[in-house]
Ligand binder design. Structure first.
Ligand SMILES: NC(=O)C1=CN([C@@H]2O[C@H](COP(=O)(O)OP(=O)(O)OC[C@H]3O[C@@H](n4cnc5c(N)ncnc54)[C@H](OP(=O)(O)O)[C@@H]3O)[C@@H](O)[C@H]2O)C=CC1
Ligand SMILES: O=C(O)C1=N[C@H](C(=O)O)C[C@H](O)C1
Length: 260
């Protein structure tokens, strides 16, 4: 069996550690390199069999076929340059990109294969399809609201998953999320507009990731919810995506492509 050699960027973080734990359970993968910031604890020390944690993806480009990134947008964009230079594919799990940063990723995907997803769990990707279908069926009869909760350390809001769920709902009802999203309410907001797609964010404790899409009608309400209780569901999905991506042509792929 051909093994895909992966590198993990953000290896000292929560997702990085979950990925390191999961790699040995994927026989079609081998860890080739692991990176984090130059001042991360453990730099220069072994992090897995035969692999030391280092800080320069460019210097070790011969050691991996696909780079998996779970960092911050700045880390992703720096890694994108490295992968463009070496022609390696990228799995991007980082969230919180601006429209400009997202455009850079899209441009890069014309030259290298990139799998980008705000959530690599199979359950959430199933929910995306369910939400789009529910929105199409319920249409203009309901108000759509998305509630998400995450641990106290999360730095971006709404979550990447909430935004993907919002896009799925918007597609279902034939609206543009950019035009109809309402990300905050405070003070005298006036009554809700039927076409709004509202977002609410909770941060605290060790919540791994909860998302609920509510379709609120008159006399009934439909809710589609996903609750992650560990990070293995994200790491296993990202590792599956890395192996899938390894022989793909340049393009911007999603977890839907991986699971097809
Ligand atoms: N798509 C998905 O399925 C999932 C996505 N995520 C997303 O993944 C990202 C990481 O989450 P999480 O692991 O919890 O975060 P952590 O903060 O625990 O880990 C991120 C790691 O990356 C490091 N890092 C940050 N910036 C850089 C950089 N420029 N170069 C190198 N290393 C860098 C951090 O170092 P330092 O601490 O010093 O900043 C840290 O060690 C977030 O955007 C999160 O939303 C999370 C879970 C699932
Ligand atoms: O930061 C996290 O932890 C998570 N981030 C992703 C997101 O922004 O949706 C995915 C997951 O919910 C965990």
């Amino acid at each position: 069996m051909t093994q895909t050699r992966i590198a993990i960027l953000g290896a000292a973080g929560r997702m990085g550690r979950a990925l390191l734990e999961a790699v040995p359970h994927h026989g079609n993968l081998r860890l080739g390199a692991a990176f984090d910031r130059a001042d991360a604890p453990g730099i220069g020390q072994p992090i897995a069999d035969g692999v030391k944690l280092s800080s320069d993806p460019r210097a070790a480009a011969d050691d991996y076929d696909v780079l998996i990134d779970f960092t911050r947008p700045e880390g992703t964009l720096a890694a994108l340059e490295t992968c463009l230079a070496s022609g390696k594919g990228m799995v991007i799990g980082t969230t919180g990109f601006s429209a400009e940063q997202r455009a850079l990723i899209e441009a890069a995907s014309r030259r290298i294969p990139i799998c980008l997803s705000g959530n690599f769990s199979i359950g959430v990707n199933l929910c995306l399809a369910l939400v789009e279908h529910a929105a199409r069926v319920l249409g203009e009869t309901v108000d759509i609201e998305i509630v998400e909760a995450h641990h106290r350390h999360k730095v971006d809001a709404p979550s990447g998953t909430a935004l993907m769920l919002g896009e799925a709902a918007a597609r279902g009802v034939g609206r543009s999320l950019r035009e109809h999203a309402v990300y905050a309410r405070e003070g005298h907001t006036g009554a809700r507009t039927r076409t709004d797609i509202g977002f609410a964010t909770i941060r605290g404790g060790d919540v791994v990731g909860d998302h609920t899409v509510m379709f609120l009608g008159d006399g009934e309400r439909v809710e589609i919810a996903h609750k992650a209780s560990n990070r293995a569901n994200f790491s296993n999905g990202a590792l599956r995506a890395a192996h899938w991506l390894q022989d793909k042509a340049p393009g911007l792929y999603s977890m839907k492509d991986v699971l097809a």
